[in-house]
Write a protein that binds this ligand. Structure first.
Ligand code: SF4
Length: 512
């Protein structure tokens, strides 16, 4: 379609021009069945009914908007937390382009990850040559300190043996023998991005700590964030540990990588946990996991191979943060500083201020299992009442844990936990049993548009709003942010519902 260079329009305006409207009309008639507006409206209404909900939930062979990502996406996210590390994906270029853009669109940052660009010949003969050449080029061109290898479905279907291939690459002098190349098999036809995160974290830690076990401990505690996409969280955890004087290693800290300063110079590998610190993590006093379901295999590995005590602590909301701090105090013998007690008081005060607006409000939520547990627990503290809890990548263990949390609260009784369901299922749930607000990632904006139910953006990805990922959601400070996002969404909605002059504006109050 020709454009007048004197009149460049933003696409929101551009597609309203007559020539585009004509094009859409023709497309609808020629390729989309050309149904009348009345018929489209009739079917649209039907999709909101209980009858449609039953058909929708009987669906088996199709997933619509699954609310989960691919395993290698989680793997490259984990790798980016280590100093000078280049994520390398054995597989097709298209997959890796998707992971990179997914992360870049969320963080508004460049994300460096390479692929071995497997095509048809590799699909037939295997991807060994791609791996050897790819590692050699990546090592020489991008000068990393470590290359972390994961796979796409293609390499997994063929059955590429990463351990053997990396050995072959070293024997062929593509990379030095002592250069660290941890790897993880990350097939996306099972699990999700949190499985990939877990596999890669375990792969990197086992590679770096091999032969590093000493007879004495290093006196530190390790902290594994899990697939936590809030860069503010690692910073908040480090601030809390600093206040308590706890010597620690974050495994691994990608907050500088995913939120780097613009100082005029491009740095391909900003920040990250030092490789020698990660290698020494095997000698720590213990390891605290800030998520449970995205770190299952890593937890097992740390317990069994490193012989360390492990704990899963989710420092979200008042109770979660209390437990986190008290456990750290028990583990290290260090007192909880007054500064944190004051922060607790501030959060409790803020919750009291907002309580009346949130108490009794019904809500739905979807996302990763650890995120759901953390957010629901906090909202229960505020007296909000969950109705639909949907976790595509949740398993029966998650369902059980979530149901135990719900039944322990007077506000959790009417919730249903749905695992392995998608956002099209959630659409049916929201139309047939509406709620006051829902919590989810940017994909929820279509649910918001269709159902008109207010949406609170918490989770990953957040493509369509800026900077939310920079704020912490953990600790008492993080609780303030969560509270702010929820209560102000509800107040915005109240304003929208009370703003008709002379009709509803008797309640269009200045003070809420
Ligand atoms: S599902 Fe498999 S093939 Fe598809 S993008 Fe993910 S890794 Fe690639």
């Amino acid at each position: 379609m020709p454009q007048n260079p004197e009149q460049i329009k933003d696409h929101a305006e551009l597609f309203q021009q007559p020539e585009y409207q004509e094009l859409f009309k023709n497309k609808r008639e020629q390729f989309e069945g050309g149904h009348s507006d009345e018929e489209v409206e009739r079917v649209s209404e039907w999709t909101k009914s209980w009858e449609y909900r039953e058909k929708n939930f009987a669906r088996e062979a199709l997933t619509v908007n699954p609310a989960k990502g691919c395993q290698p996406l989680g793997a490259i996210f984990a790798a980016a937390g280590f100093e000078g590390t280049l994520p390398f994906v054995q597989g097709s270029q298209g997959c890796v382009a998707y992971f990179r853009t997914h992360l870049s669109r969320h963080y508004k940052e460049p994300f460096s990850a390479v692929s071995s660009s497997m095509t048809e010949d590799a699909a037939v003969f295997g991807g060994l040559n791609n791996m050897i050449e790819g590692l050699q080029v990546a090592y020489q061109l991008y000068k990393p300190k470590m290359i972390a290898v994961s796979t796409t479905c293609m390499a997994e279907v063929i059955g590429d043996d990463l351990g053997a291939f990396i050995g072959n690459a070293k024997n062929a002098d593509a990379i030095p023998q002592d250069f660290p190349v941890p790897f993880a098999h990350t097939p996306s036809f099972v699990g999700s991005h949190i499985t990939g995160y877990d596999n890669m974290m375990k792969g990197i830690l086992s590679n770096l700590t091999e032969g590093k076990k000493k007879n004495t401990t290093n006196g530190k505690l390790n902290f594994v964030p899990g697939f936590d996409t809030y860069t503010g969280n690692n910073r908040e955890i480090k601030r809390i540990l600093g206040l308590m004087g706890i010597d620690h290693t974050i495994l691994a800290d990608n907050s500088d990588y995913l939120d780097s300063p613009n100082n005029g110079e491009y740095n391909m590998y900003p920040g990250g946990t030092k490789l020698e610190d990660a290698a020494d993590s095997i000698n720590a006093n213990g390891t605290v996991f800030l998520q449970g379901y995205s770190t299952q295999k890593t937890q097992e590995y740390v317990k069994e191979k490193w012989g360390q005590q492990t704990k899963v602590l989710r420092p979200w909301g008042v109770k979660g943060t209390d437990e986190f701090l008290m456990t750290l105090s028990e583990l290290t013998g260090k007192p909880i500083p007054e500064e944190l007690e004051i922060e607790r008081g501030r959060l409790v005060d803020a919750m009291t201020d907002s309580y009346a607006w949130i108490h009794g409000k019904k809500f739905a939520i979807y996302g990763d299992p650890d995120l759901i547990i953390s957010v629901v627990s906090f909202l229960l503290e505020l007296g909000a009442e969950p109705v639909h809890i949907l976790c595509n990548n949740g398993d029966n263990e998650f369902k059980k844990e979530m149901e135990a949390i719900l039944s322990a609260s007077p506000f959790g009784k009417q919730a249903t936990v749905w695992i392995q369901k998608d956002l099209w299922h959630l659409r049916s749930l929201l139309f047939t049993e509406p709620v006051d607000f829902f919590v989810g990632n940017s994909y929820g904006k279509y649910l918001w548009r269709d159902t008109k139910i207010p949406m609170v953006r918490i989770g990953y990805p957040l493509f369509d709003r800026h900077h939310l990922h920079r704020y912490p959601t953990v600790g008492y400070q993080g609780g303030l942010n969560l509270l702010n996002w929820v209560v102000n969404t509800l107040l915005d909605e109240l304003d929208r519902n009370t703003n008709i002059t002379g009709k509803t504006d008797i309640s269009f109050d200045l003070i809420r």
